[in-house]
Design a protein around this ligand. Sequence first.
Ligand code: ATP
Ligand code: ZN
Ligand code: ZN
Length: 806
Amino acid sequence: MSYRVVEVVIDAPGLFLDKRFDYVLPPALASSVRPGMRVVVPFRSAWKAGVVWRVRSEPEVSSRIRTVASVVDREPVLTEEQLRLAEWLCERYAATLPEALSAILPGAFRVTGRLQLRAASGVDVPDDVLASSTWRLVAREKPDDHAVAKLGAAAKAQIEAWVELGYLERVLHVSEQVQARLQSFLAATKAPDELLRAAAEREARAPRQAALLRQLALTGELAWERKAYHRTTVQPLVAAGLVSVEERPISRYAWPDRDVRPAPELTVHQARAMARLTQLIQAPGLRMAVVHGVTGSGKTEVYMRTIADVIGQGRQAVLLVPEIALTPQMVGRFHSRFGDRIAVLHSALSQGERRDEWARILRGEASIVIGARSAVFAPVRDLGLIIVDEEHEPSYKQEDAPHYDAREVAIRRAEAAAAAVVFGSATPSLWAIRQVEDGCATLVSLPQRANGRPLPRVEIVDMREELRIGNKSLFSERLQQELEATVRSGLQAILFLNRRGYASSTLCRACGDGVQCPHCDIHLTVHRADTGMRLVCHYCGYEQSYSDCCPACGERALRAFGIGTEQIEAAIAALWPDFRVLRMDVDTTRKKGALQRMVADFEAGRADVLIGTQMIAKGLDFPRVRLVGVVAADTMLTLPDYRAHERTFQLLTQVAGRAGRAETDGVTLIQTYRPEHFAIQAAAAHDFAAFYREERSQREFFTYPPFCELAVFLASHPDERVARGAAMRFERELRRSGAIVHMTILPASPSGIRRIDNLYRYQVVLKYGRWQDVGHDVIQSYRLVKERMNRLGGSCRLDVNAQRIG
Ligand SMILES: Nc1ncnc2c1ncn2[C@@H]1O[C@H](COP(=O)(O)OP(=O)(O)OP(=O)(O)O)[C@@H](O)[C@H]1O
Ligand SMILES: [Zn+2]
Ligand SMILES: [Zn+2]
């Protein structure tokens, strides 16, 4: 006799359990368990959920091996390919297997196992046991070991004694975060003409049965909710062998209204792009393309047709878009073109909706997946194409572990499936253009807007001049004129500023100090609330009220500095009280659905001016916007980030691209104190090539990505010495390792913000050519330091292929 042994990845990312644990399957389950199924197993002194990684046969097992307690699934919830992908996430991003799996599988699939106490079955339990106050106390809520733990010593002993005696028993209770939603279906089991004959027979004596049969003769099946008639209507038909009843999983996701627009005739450039992409899709192996299409060039239409090609070949397609671009309008457009073959995955869905959509993809019911970053993990089985729209967006890189880059995951999956990958943007990242230069990707260009309109005219407004003429307001005279003219003519304006709040900091005019967060090394931001001005920490959430009295010197000389979106809102209300204004930033879009509502309101013309942060620069298509005003372009240029110029150019180009898209010509005004800066100049001239040339040479000269890769190690701990010590240890370990010849180490130093929420943060930045050359040693050093740090109550993270430092 042989044993079936499963290797299980325990669902406990926090514990840094990278190992897989062996369990033996009870004989009854031995043949039905496959990799990718969820199980519950005894682990240490508790019950843990996990995913079966591998199943193997063993002639002998150790007497210490424990037994799988429960198998949750009948079919795997993860495909073989996804398990391989998890393995790759570990190698590429220094993740642990539990972290990798939790990134791939939606949280709705999380399972918990709990021991419940109950009266033993098949035993005569004395009445006074169940009537006792002790048992009633335990049974009041969930009768489990947590409830027992809260009892006094005597009561605890009493419970254990009853368990000993066999009156009470412990059973494992397994529950899923969200369960599949099932729906009953009636299905015809006979041909339509036979159903119609049977209906005619029943017409007189059983009219409801007859009606049902006639309906089924037409449709073959129908969803069945009306339980009330079940016994008199459905059961006789089942008994007669005419109808069967099935329970099937369905999706809770409700489609937004369809947006029925006929597919437009392609422009010359779109047609040319299509031809290139069609070629690409038909070629064998991994293929990549970068679609560089100016704002409004109609990339979406090209994507739709490329997707249609791929599903026409019987394969599947995944389209990634930034979270915010996944508006109901956009989903509605795809839905009206492709119908129910679409599945949607993004964070605005409820847990249940996400679970159901995932399951539909797994069952092969959907052939097109549209979603945000994590949809790159969708369980499609025959992947033909992945499109990453707005490829330049930083949100494709996950900030938490595993720190994956969805663009790289896309390439990885496409490689495994011999599929095509398309990266689209009006402002391709340096990374994407580098792929083209290296010959890995084909460049496809859409140089003109699809509707034949020109790109908006962009003017740079020198704010130093405004100061000179005595204009101290947030708006230059030009911007005031254009704003006034735009709104008065019934058109819309967007005002962009990449900073939320009222003011970014405070400064005392007497002593030069400002107000810091007591828990973080950062200035507090000024916010306007109903109760007056407040000072808020954007990093830990600390808040206090604002007064102009300086906490350092006591003078009433504290002033707010650095404008934020709330200040723009206030300035407009003061200048033009009748303008209808929407403000879109993190603060106004926290509530579920708020963002979608705002986009819909603005699109429907229920506001004249939209004020927003970078959120508004992501692929939104508002036909009535004439004016875009960038209130302060400099805020982005001065960020301590090697990509500050790139982000500035991208945001300016993208936000300018919201103007003049359909019903009107567009104007964009960029207010700045640095009008000569190349990123601003290039954005104003719509000159991607000029920007790219300059930025590329700077990156190459200083050796920054894409001319190297960065990894950032970060240690944090309440005690500064421990945080610094961990970073220094990591650095030393690496300097001793073989990998040192392949990389440059920037020495351990405080991170950009030295302390957040009372945790000190120290970092080590690594620069290297290829992760393959250094990854092994880096991961080893990282584990060593991290394990020690976990014991000391701190934490470590390693961001491989980091997009930001500090
Ligand atoms: N062939 C066409 N003829 C006319 N209009 C078109 C055509 N193709 C697309 N459009 C329209 O052009 C507008 C812009 O298209 P789309 O939103 O796809 O642009 P985009 O390239 O994604 O731009 P951005 O990068 O700014 O998001 C849309 O309103 C779309 O309906
Ligand atoms: Zn002061
Ligand atoms: Zn803080």
